[in-house]
Design a binder for this molecule. Structure first.
Ligand code: HEC
Length: 210
């Protein structure tokens, strides 16, 4: 009995951490005005404009590979089209990075490092961080070589965050599919566990242990 309670508790804590609140992951708190948080959340309304703003303000240095948005110098390279015919619109990372190494190295020379691809940055950093960093990079990451391209434009920055959210997060259909699969898997494990527990007497008897 004690063992059952113990393992149930461990399992519950495990799923609480990976699904609900991972208190091991360090996350600093950043402020974000309510109305801008709303904009960043509302992917449906703002992601499209956010993408345009991204292309105007960020694409010189950053790609969003998952959305087939590549840095400007790559986008202007006719080789991109040839590669996309071969691999599809979203190029595999190794192909992108090796074929366009010269472009990426050029950025590295100017800024000390290659500006990261922003396909999944939303999942890693969250909206408050992205909003604050993009608005005032120096304030959030002192010494960073990212220029303050959005200074004084908080609302447009929030729209860019909405765009990054739309790319990083799976679509609603995909999300509900995953939830269903997760619930299904756990239900299966629970049912199997109960059945095995119910049958254990029989099994032990068969083995001559009871
Ligand atoms: C002129 C080049 C340039 C432009 C334009 C630019 N960035 Fe950056 N960005 C950088 C560089 C370089 C870094 C790496 C900075 C570092 O790690 O110190 C960076 C890093 C970042 C990071 C990662 C921060 C982190 O904590 O690791 C984010 C997010 C980001 N940029 C968002 C944006 C957005 C959004 C825009 C457009 C509004 C933008 N950047 C425009 C050069 C640029």
């Amino acid at each position: 009995m004690i063992k059952t309670v113990f393992f149930t508790a461990i399992t519950l804590i495990f799923f609480y951490i990976i699904w609900i609140n991972n208190f091991f992951a360090h996350r600093e708190k950043y402020e974000m005005p309510e109305q801008h948080a709303k904009i960043a959340e509302d992917v449906k309304t703002h992601a499209k404009e956010g993408k345009q703003l991204f292309e105007q303000n960020c694409k010189a240095c950053h790609s969003v590979r998952y959305d087939a948005v590549y840095i400007s110098s790559v986008q202007a390279n006719p080789e991109l089209k040839t590669l996309q015919e071969k691999y599809g619109k979203v190029l595999p990372r190794d192909v992108y990075e090796s074929v366009f190494q010269k472009d990426l190295n050029g950025l590295k020379e100017s800024f000390g490092k290659v500006p990261p691809d922003l396909s999944t940055i939303y999942l890693v950093k969250g909206k408050e961080y992205l909003y604050n960093f993009t608005l005032e990079p120096q304030k959030v990451l002192p010494g960073t070589s990212m220029p303050p391209v959005m200074i004084g434009r908080p609302e447009e920055t929030a729209k860019i965050v909405a765009y990054l959210k739309s790319v990083a997060e799976p679509s609603p259909e995909e999300k509900s599919k995953r939830t269903l699969m997760g619930v299904g898997t756990i239900a299966y494990l629970v049912v199997m566990g109960v059945l095995i527990w119910l049958w254990r007497g029989k099994i032990l008897k068969k083995m001559g242990l009871h």
